[in-house]
Structure formats: C-alpha cells, structure tokens
Design a protein around this ligand. Structure first.
Ligand code: ADP
Ligand code: MG
Length: 259
C-alpha cells in the first residue's frame, strides 16, 4: 500500500486558473553542438493523468524531461510547473513543487549501499546531528516496499542485478514525496518479475492520483496504463492524443514518420 502521506501533501496546492495543468511546455527549443534536440515544442501534462511519451531514439524525450526538471535550460520558450514559471526555479525548486525524475541512466552510486543511495542528501540524523543508520535503513526499506521489492538495503548497489538497481532508483525518487513522477524508460532494464512489481506500483500510484510521465517503447504497457500519449519525432511534437483514440498502428506511424 502506498501510504497517503507520501502522495497527498503535494497535491492540494492552490493553483489559480491553471487548475488542472501540472506541466506546461510552450514552444521550447534546445540545441546541442550540431543537433537541434527540441524544436518549438509544446507539451502539456494534466494533473492525475499517466501520460506516455513516445518516439524513436534521439527524438528528444530525455532532453525534454531534463529541461522540465531544470537540469538543462532551454534556449527559447516557456515552461510552467504547477503554474510556476520554471525560469524562477532551480533543480531544488522543481523538487519542492513535487516533481521527481527517474533518469534513463540511473545515477546511482555503485559503491554505496541501497540505503545510502535511497537516502542520499536526505539522511536521517540523530539528535547529535550524526547519521542515524538505523533510521536510514528503515526509511530505505519503507520506500523499497513501495515498489514491492525484497532487496536488502545493506547490499551495495554494484552487487545488485541491473533490474534491482532500477527498482532502487524508483524507490529513491519517492523520497521527496513527489506529486509528479517522470519515468524515463524504466522497464528497459527490468526482468519479468521486476516488471510485474513495477506495473503494480504504477497502478497504485495512478490510483493515488499521482501525475506520471512515462517514457517507454513498450506499447502494450502504454495501452494498458496510460491515459494520453504524446509522440515526438526529430525534436518536434507530432501529436498528443487520448490513448483510446489512437490505434497502435497509428502511434507507430507517428513515431517512425512512415508506414
Ligand atoms: P531520446 O531520449 O528521445 O532518445 P535525447 O533527448 O536523449 O533523445 O536526444 C535528442 C538528441 O539530442 C539526440 O540527437 C542526442 O544525440 C542529442 N543529445 C542529447 N543529450 C545531449 C548532450 N548532453 N550533448 C549532446 N547531444 C545530446
Ligand atoms: Mg532517452
């Protein structure tokens, strides 16, 4: 069970007019040397929806998500997170608004334990201001339980399977009590059992009203769990549609730009 405390607190913020919009991206462009990764791109995520982001490798999906969490800065365009202009927000500011990104490249520290990775930067302390190891293990285990994982929190991350490492990264993203969770190709690394655990987690998160942006190539899963889908191709938005209004063959056609 997802404890309510984790997902409730970021979701009752007064919003003014833009009540139902969690993320709004307007005409955003971003270049890297030799590549225009995003071209005047619009993208919108409604609160409480599970929104799939699809596109071939290099389409710009990860770049868009990194801009939303302020790891990259756009060259032009506007981004609003929970109604606030992202130009005024840094990485921490976006986190405080309840946004959490699970990177495609997990960003775990291999030589640290599972508990240390999950609690990194947010270690519980004793009243003497030293790290409270016991509380840290308990906290880590609590977040791992969210993804229904039986991983030992005292294991070092480098000793885990890739699939387990992915689950640890997901557990770690929950530490900030996100109201908006961005998952960049989480299932690419998961084995069969871990995939099932992950989808059960996603179903529970959806039921709790969490807003999710889900980047994946697995169309079957997208059709199972997502409300809407946006397709990117060559840094441009091709379409946003309710998933039920877009047959799978059409979706693939949009991704590839051909039959
Ligand atoms: P996707 O996640 O859809 O596969 P990316 O957003 O990772 O696509 O990449 C979009 C384009 O931007 C690609 O051409 C990629 O090579 C380029 N790119 C992404 N990140 C960088 C970077 N840090 N430096 C240079 N080029 C990058
Ligand atoms: Mg990517």
């Amino acid at each position: 069970m997802l404890p309510t405390k984790q997902y409730g607190d970021k979701m009752n913020r007064p919003m003014g007019d833009q009540n139902s919009i969690a993320i709004k991206v307007e005409r955003v462009s971003k270049s890297f040397p030799g590549v225009r990764a995003l071209k005047e791109l619009d993208f919108e995520v409604t609160r409480g929806e599970v929104h799939a982001l699809c596109g071939e490798n290099g389409a710009g999906k990860s770049t868009l998500m990194k801009i939303i969490v302020r790891e990259y800065i756009e060259e032009e365009g506007n981004i609003f997170i929970e109604g606030q202009n992202a130009k005024d927000l840094g990485i921490r500011g976006v986190q405080k608004l309840g946004l959490s990104l699970i990177h495609q490249d997990l960003n775990l520290i291999p030589t640290l334990t599972v508990a240390q990775n999950i609690c990194l930067g947010r270690e519980p302390v004793t009243r003497f201001r030293t790290i409270d190891w016991k509380a840290m293990r308990l906290k880590a285990a609590e977040f791992l339980a969210e993804v229904a994982s039986e991983i030992d929190v005292e294991e070092r991350v480098e000793d885990l399977s890739i699939s387990e490492q992915q689950l640890v990264a997901i557990a770690r993203s929950l530490v900030t009590s996100p109201g908006i969770l961005i998952l960049d190709e989480p299932t690419a690394r998961l084995d069969h059992k871990a995939s099932d655990q992950f989808f059960a987690f996603l179903e529970r998160a959806k039921q709790k009203g969490l807003t999710v942006v889900y980047i994946s190539h697995r169309l079957e899963e997208i059709y199972r769990i997502c409300d809407r889908v946006t397709v990117l191709r060559d840094g441009r938005k091709i379409i946003t549609s309710r998933i039920n209004d877009l047959p799978q063959t059409e979706l693939v056609k949009h991704m590839l730009g051909r039959e």
